[in-house]
Design a protein around this ligand. Structure first.
Ligand code: SF4
Ligand code: SF4
Length: 245
């Protein structure tokens, strides 16, 4: 079962898995004529903080600059967590900003969603990773592959531990943010959003490993959430005192 944060982070708010999970030693088939349309008009390519860091390292640019140049920010309707999507270029047939002459310009750092396609990933709260075949309407020659061989093509197994950590982080934060949003004023709730962007996406050096930076940022975020809670309590106390006068 996907948690709300994963549904948002999959970029498909109404996405429900209908396909069976595949074992890693199972084979699957799909049709592909190489048209490149899966890199056009896509509003659903959601990047994790790790995806953004990998692209930033590939381009040797700060993550915030990459996000502002190539992505669109939003807040998940369900999870209330930051959601970062690749922004198709309206001026160029709605192509992905990294599509150049039918090739991915960041092939060795492409987002997980792209590396997996037509497979998709599901991560349980306990950190179990499963894969399934997405329904596609592509035509053309049929390709068959074993799941484990397909995943190995783009080094997906090598990044799985970080992807699990990211998914579990989002699941935990979703509960924290839901609880905070019930008590914070709109101004403080907006401050919380800014801090979430900072901790999950932007406060990273591309030349340093991702996971230790995520862990450091989560420690910082915990302190910031406690401060916001404290500010809110002070505001509420002042308000009560004012009303009592
Ligand atoms: S997967 Fe489908 S959309 Fe993508 S290149 Fe193949 S046929 Fe085209
Ligand atoms: S990042 Fe690369 S693979 Fe993914 S949609 Fe863009 S061009 Fe295609």
């Amino acid at each position: 079962m996907l948690r709300d944060s994963q549904i948002d982070l999959c970029g498909q708010v109404d996405f429900t898995r209908t396909q069976p999970l595949l074992g890693r030693d199972e084979a699957f088939s799909f049709a592909c004529n190489g048209c490149g349309n899966c890199c056009r008009g896509r509003e659903d390519i959601v990047l994790s903080g790790f995806d953004l860091w990998r692209i930033a390292a590939r381009l040797r640019l700060p993550p915030r600059i990459v996000a502002h140049g190539y992505c669109r920010e939003s807040i998940g309707q369900v999870s209330r967590l930051p959601v970062l999507r690749l922004a198709p270029l309206k001026s160029q047939h709605n192509n992905c900003p990294f599509l150049t002459e039918n090739h991915c310009a960041i092939h060795d750092a492409e987002p997980l969603v792209c590396a997996l396609y037509p497979l998709a990933q599901e991560i349980s709260g306990e950190g179990a990773v499963s894969y399934f075949l997405q329904p596609t309407s592509c035509g053309g020659p049929m390709f068959s592959a074993k799941v484990e061989d397909y995943l190995a093509r783009y080094d997906v197994p090598a990044r799985e531990a970080v992807d699990v950590c990211w998914a579990q982080t989002c699941m935990t934060l979703e509960d924290t943010v839901e609880e905070l949003n019930t008590i914070l004023s709109p101004v403080l709730a907006r401050r919380l959003e800014a801090k979430l962007w900072q901790a999950l996406y932007y406060d990273y050096e591309f030349a340093q490993p991702f996971l230790p930076q995520l862990e450091r940022n989560l420690r910082w975020l915990e302190g910031e959430c406690a401060k916001l809670r404290g500010y809110q309590e002070q505001l509420s106390t002042k308000c009560i005192e004012k009303n009592d006068r």
